[in-house]
Design a protein around this ligand. Structure first.
Ligand code: AMP
Ligand code: FE
Ligand code: FE
Ligand code: ZN
Length: 332
């Protein structure tokens, strides 16, 4: 990493030595309709590019948006996307950090959804955060999460030494943090019941535990439509991860979402095994979908996932930016 330079207000890294590889001019000046520009679909995970799937303290990540952008800068990523669960609360801090470290940023959210009983996570990028339907959708999702998380704590508290206040003590940004099982896990770790978050997920907070309660979630079709209406780009997160559900989304289930306006599939994610990557790539080729990658970074002590371990190529990011309703944050 280049030597940081001191400026009023803090220590800033010097501008990147390498030129920005996301050139937007070509796509912005193109005569195509917004949805027609396509990215080439790679056969193998990109070795350079953007991490489009990162969580911070505004949901279940354990580090700040500033940490996220700084680490992305330090490990040489071309850019990063914030994608906290069911909120835009971390966006402002992420923008400040992107300006501070002069690292490109796109803004997103991982939206909790349901498709015929299968829990689906939808990554939504570059949509209008003031869109009324999106604002309502996230508010009701966060309220549902709160009620469900409290209820799970009531059940767990019968057998483990934790209270709701102990869970609140794990929440870094108060009402701005989207709560969930990871915060219960952190309270159990603080109480000495488990050595770390992942152990708690293998036990009392896991989806196979007797204390588990699912979050009532909107239908994935409605989420895709709402994101599209708000001018955003929707991508199914880790669609081939067999550990998240008893059954996976079928090709037909995914095609239903494509008909509703789905833009892409997150293929490059540690949860998708090789055969699933092949299936998802074939679907993407058949339907001209965007193919993305991301780490699902949750910071130190969150998950073992390393920032930048899976990436999205620059051309695909340029398509997302072109389709989206809000500008990317790019270095001056
Ligand atoms: P919830 O959304 O409340 O059902 O909680 C599930 C979330 O826990 C998912 O978004 C996971 O990414 C997150 N999570 C964070 N850390 C871990 C971990 N160590 N093991 C499993 N899931 C985790
Ligand atoms: Fe998460
Ligand atoms: Fe997810
Ligand atoms: Zn995630």
């Amino acid at each position: 990493m280049p030597t940081p330079v001191s400026e009023p207000g803090g220590v800033f890294p010097p501008p990147r030595a390498t030129p920005l590889r996301v050139s937007l001019t070509g796509v912005l000046e193109s005569a195509y309709d917004g949805r027609m520009t396509l990215a080439r679909i790679p056969d193998a995970p990109p070795s350079a590019g953007w991490d489009l799937h990162c969580h911070t303290v505004f949901s279940d990540g354990r580090q700040t948006p500033d940490d996220m952008v700084r680490e992305a800068y330090e490990c040489g990523l071309h850019g990063v996307a914030i994608a906290d669960h069911d909120t835009t609360a971390g966006w402002a801090d992420a923008v400040k950090a992107a300006e501070r470290y002069q690292l490109p940023l796109i803004r997103g959210t991982e939206v909790t959804a349901d498709a015929s009983g299968i829990s689906v996570h939808m990554l939504a990028y570059q949509y209008d955060p003031c869109d009324a339907r999106i604002v309502d959708l996230f508010a009701s999702l966060r309220a549902a999460r709160l009620a469900r998380t409290k209820r799970m704590v009531e059940l767990i508290a019968k057998d483990y030494p934790i209270t709701w206040d102990d869970v609140l003590a794990q929440i870094r940004e108060g009402d701005e943090t989207t709560v969930g099982r990871p915060h219960i896990a952190d309270a159990l770790v603080a109480a000495g019941a488990y050595p770390d978050r992942s152990a708690a997920f293998a036990g009392a907070v896991g989806s196979r535990s007797p204390y588990y309660i699912p979050t009532p979630s909107p239908d994935a079709v409605d989420v895709v439509r709402a994101v599209r209406q708000a001018g955003g780009v929707s991508v199914i997160a880790h669609a081939g991860d067999p550990s998240r559900n008893r059954r996976l989304l079928s090709d037909a289930d995914i095609e239903t979402l494509i008909d509703a306006g789905l833009d892409g599939l997150e293929v490059w994610h540690r949860g998708n095994p090789p055969q699933q990557r092949e299936r998802l790539l074939a679907l993407a080729r058949r339907h001209n979908l965007l193919v993305t990658g991301g780490s699902d970074w949750h910071g130190k002590g969150g998950k073992p996932n390393k920032l930048g371990e899976n990436l999205t190529d620059d051309d695909t990011v340029a398509c997302i930016i072109e389709r989206g309703a809000i500008p990317p944050i790019l270095p001056r």
